[in-house]
Design a protein around this ligand. Structure first.
Ligand code: HCA
Ligand code: CU
Length: 366
């Protein structure tokens, strides 16, 4: 695989109610670059986005600059404007489904193919060398037309094809089949996947796409994007680095990045949010605590320190005797006269309060 394409500042910025200031965009792009993401889509190539020239210039000054991409409609004025900003990648976009082609745009297959050829020719004439074609709604496309569109893109000289599951209906299996089909047909073409999270499968589908041979997967921080959003940067970065060992992203920086984006969007990060939630290394159940005390690996996929977090063991209504003994020893309480009696007291007290106990409350019970 080549890497991840972050689209927080393009698709993520399309999230209803979300609007980033230029300063926020620069800070987010910098934090994404520092994690080691290979490509960032900075926005849509149009003069309506007044921040683009300054954002592009600021990103060029980062110590570590990823490839900078612009998303672009197949319109000559947008392509000219996009090219004038000097992106490393121009990500052109065209729909493949009849629904989008005829109902949304009122156009024909022939129009899509002609527009593709003209747009790629123009982009090349303007000196752009890396041209990506995003195929919108490819998961609902007529397979024969999809094949024609891809053949035309390859003939026109597109560097990369990005399949968009625009309404998030694919599963890991169908994503894998889609990518594998085109990978077999065009072994030298770069393939990318842009997945939506309408059924909670976007990140899983992105991993499937990479496993099936796609070189690139799109992500956004906290999965921002239209409707239920997109594949999550933090989940892909974590899986590729901590479990699959395919990348060496700086996972310890995920927490601050997600916190910054949460703040900028006014959307809280859930306590159980993968990789960055505040409670993902907190445990209260007796059986699990017993396992964690014996060896943390038993109930943790990776050490909390990798993401700058730490393990917290709570004593509450679900607690067990090992947790109580271990915790009291850590607190340095006087020796317990009866461990079972102490466990019973903690459970009763926590049940009465409806929450786990604080250390001070445990001391008092001892
Ligand atoms: C959108 C377009 C897109 C495009 C993806 C791409 C989609 O709905 O705004 O160009 O690869 O999901 O189809 O994000
Ligand atoms: Cu999208």
């Amino acid at each position: 695989m080549f890497g991840l394409i972050d689209s927080t500042l393009r698709e993520g910025a399309q999230t209803p109610g979300v609007m980033f200031s230029l300063a926020q965009k620069i800070a987010i792009a910098k934090a994404i670059a520092e994690i080691g993401i290979e490509e960032i889509e900075l926005g849509v190539a149009t003069r309506h986005d007044a921040d683009l020239p300054a954002l592009m210039a600021a990103c060029r000054n980062f110590a570590q600059t990823p490839r900078l991409a612009l998303w672009c409609r197949c319109r000559s004025e947008d392509i000219r404007y996009g090219a004038s900003l000097g992106p490393d990648v121009l990500s052109l976009s065209l729909p493949a489904s009849d629904l989008h082609i005829s109902k949304r745009l009122g156009k024909s297959h022939a129009w899509v193919l002609a527009t593709l050829r003209e747009s790629v020719r123009l982009a090349k004439d303007l000196g752009l060398t890396v041209i990506s074609l995003g195929i919108e709604d490819s998961s609902r496309a007529n397979p024969e037309f999809l094949a024609k569109l891809i053949a035309a893109a390859v003939a026109a000289g597109v560097t990369r094809i990005r399949f968009a599951d625009t309404v998030g209906i694919l599963t890991p299996n169908s994503t894998s089949a889609l990518i594998a089909t085109w990978q077999r047909q065009y072994p030298n073409l770069e393939l990318a996947f842009h997945g939506h999270n309408d059924f909670g499968l976007a990140s899983a589908n992105a991993i499937s796409a990479l496993d099936a041979g796609a070189q690139w997967a799109d992500v956004t921080v906290l999965g921002l994007g239209e409707r239920a959003g997109c594949a999550r940067l933090e989940e892909l970065v974590g899986m590729l680095t901590l479990i699959k060992n395919e990348k060496n992203y700086r996972v310890e920086r995920l927490g601050p990045l997600c916190a910054m984006v949460a703040e900028a969007t006014g959307r809280a990060v859930a306590a159980n949010h993968p990789l960055v939630g505040s409670a993902i290394f907190t445990c209260e159940t007796g059986l699990h605590v017993q396992g964690l005390l014996a060896d943390p690996v038993s109930y943790e996929p990776f050490p909390p320190e990798r993401v700058n977090s730490r393990r917290t063991i709570l004593l509450g209504a679900k607690t067990g005797s090992r947790a109580v003994a271990g915790h009291c020893a850590r607190l340095g309480t006087p020796p317990l006269t009866s461990l079972p009696a102490m466990v019973a007291k903690i459970r009763q007290r926590a049940a009465a309060l409806g929450r786990p106990l604080l250390d001070a409350e445990i001391r008092r019970l001892v």
